[in-house]
Design a protein around this ligand. Structure first.
Ligand code: PDD
Length: 287
């Protein structure tokens, strides 16, 4: 049975859900998105994702077409209608369908944004042996635009990064700019040295990860300190541990970078402890 998805105020079978060929999300990648994970049928870090969505829209001069309460209600309704226990809710808002192709933004009074949401069921999201074992990453130059703090649907370069990683037998790629790691293709990047978690400071160079914020908050619970600064691939290769965070990977250890083992070459105990704490606390706070 197909999913029930949400398009502009309607719940529809996925086969019947359509968006115009003139939609600016399709023609111009003029849209933003969010991914919120679901554990035990409940939403993880929903308020953080909703707040970042509002910020992404504001940065692109797009009106907020749906209230916080309505957004939450639609997320919950989709989770319920599709019987999602573990998985995610994907949300995308574009500048809509002006009825033709034009670089100039349409008048927002005449063109309503397009709002699409759908679920993905991912059993084993939390208790994922592959995530616990860790992943290998390769490094690639960061060729994305310079407003990576806005969660836009311009995901071609990250997709190319994932393909390059796959071709190299790795699980993901870390982007490097001016000699320093920015972030992963779809996650934030960290190293561990002693009891310090080191991760790049927030700026327009990276997405302000919602999982990042939570994990840094939980660092004290793992008896760890946080240092927000950029690091090089060489420093990461020589670190005790490395890991990534995102709404879909939670905390996942990185065991190899560009063919060089990190630490013992096995999933680091500190990263695994942070994963455990994150999942436990997130389950408690889920709504
Ligand atoms: N990606 N950096 C980038 C470039 C991302 O695309 C993501 C999320 C993150 C982590 O953010 P958060 O912790 O809020 O998920 C960092 C999502 C999961 C995706 O594109 O599927």
């Amino acid at each position: 049975m197909g999913r029930i998805v949400y398009v502009n105020g309607e719940y529809l079978p996925e086969e019947e859900a359509t968006v115009s060929i003139f939609d600016r999300g399709f023609l111009m990648a003029d849209g933003v998105y969010e991914v919120t994970s679901v554990l035990d049928g409940k939403l993880i870090d929903f308020d953080g994702h909703a707040a970042r969505l509002a910020r992404s829209l504001a940065e692109l001069d797009m009106a907020q077409p749906i209230s916080h309460e309505e957004l939450l209600a639609v997320h919950r309704e989709l989770v319920a209608r599709n019987g999602i226990d573990e998985g995610l809710v994907y949300l995308q808002i574009t500048r809509g369908n002006p009825g033709d192709r034009d670089f100039v933004f349409p008048d927002p009074d005449e063109t309503a944004p397009t709002v699409v949401m759908f679920t993905q069921s991912k059993p084993g999201l939390a208790d994922n042996p592959a995530a616990r074992a860790g992943i290998k990453v390769i490094s690639l130059p960061d060729l994305r635009w310079h407003r990576r703090d806005i969660k836009t649907v311009q995901l071609l370069y990250p997709s190319m990064g994932k393909m390059a990683a796959k071709a190299a037998g790795a699980g993901d790629a870390w982007f490097v700019e001016d000699g320093k790691v920015t972030e992963g293709t779809s996650n934030n990047a960290y190293i561990v040295k002693g009891n310090r978690i080191i991760t790049r400071e927030l700026s327009n160079d990276i997405l302000h990860g919602i999982t990042r914020a939570a994990v840094l908050r939980f660092a004290a619970e793992a008896q760890m300190e946080v240092e927000e600064r950029a690091f090089t691939i060489e420093e990461a290769q020589g670190a005790d541990e490395a890991f990534i965070t995102s709404a879909t990977t939670f905390v996942t250890p990185v065991i190899e970078i560009d063919g060089v083992k990190v630490g013992t070459g096995e999933a680091g105990p500190k990263a695994l402890r942070l994963r455990e704490i994150y999942i436990e606390e997130s389950r408690k706070a889920a709504i």
